[in-house]
Design a protein around this ligand. Sequence first.
Ligand code: NAD
Length: 272
Amino acid sequence: MGGQRYDGKVAWITGGANGFGAGVARRLSGLGASVVLSDIDVDNGEKVAAEVGGTFVRCDVTSYDDNTAAVRSVLDAHGRLDIAFLNAGIATGVGIGVDFDLARYRLAMGVNLDGVVFGMQAALGAMKERSGEIVATASLAGLTSVPFDPFYGANKHGVVGLVRAVGAAYAQQGIHVNAICPGFADTNIVSAEAREALASIGVPLLNVDRVVDAFVAAIESGEGGQCWYIQPGRDIEPFRFRNVPGPRDDSGARVSDTAGDVQQTLVERGAH
Ligand SMILES: NC(=O)c1ccc[n+]([C@@H]2O[C@H](COP(=O)([O-])OP(=O)(O)OC[C@H]3O[C@@H](n4cnc5c(N)ncnc54)[C@H](O)[C@@H]3O)[C@@H](O)[C@H]2O)c1
């Protein structure tokens, strides 16, 4: 894994000041890419950018305009964008029912879902008529039920749904859109209480390097619309979704095998 070089390629990374974003910045720059980091953590963003010989552009991913401006500055500086890692994210910290908090709900959806949508919109515009790799950081929380943080589960499922929808269409144009879905990893986002609870049942935290390996596997896969899950001690691979059974007509006769076949018909007919 990671045998490929990225000399001459340009990567834009959101949430690049810490954790996975900084890890991917280090790996890609080590493999020859030019890296542009974005974050709201300016101090660490500038530090990582200096370390990897890249640049830092402040971008609050909840802002459509910030995303557009960040990608424009990548194009102004480098004339191209080859890789976009849409990775900024936060934990929600509130639930539904007793401890709902509108501002925190909006912020969590704004960073974790709007941030990916806006980043993807900006990156796809910059990659028009050329190949490109877009990877969004979802989570295992986008593949499983997350009772301890329902909005995190909702926005990460949103990212998974977005990537699966966009991935197939853009792969035909040479732009691969994938997601990585890490389990709990050793970064700032995992609270002390969560670390303690996981340790008490013997669940190890992933190290950042394993997640970076998954990122590299995704961009070197030549596929789109895949959601690569990462669990300690297991191989890194795309999650295989079970097909939803297809509809029957009024008489109970089979119409199509899977719901996916129906979606495919809508794509082929250009329906929205
Ligand atoms: N660490 C884990 O256990 C884990 C597991 C699965 C998924 N994830 C996801 O991985 C991604 C990266 O998180 P991490 O684990 O590296 O944590 P991290 O806290 O180290 O990094 C997240 C980065 O996002 C930045 N950020 C937050 N709000 C932002 C905004 N509005 N605009 C721009 N940047 C913003 C932060 O400043 C930080 O640098 C997130 O999307 C997170 O949800 C983390």
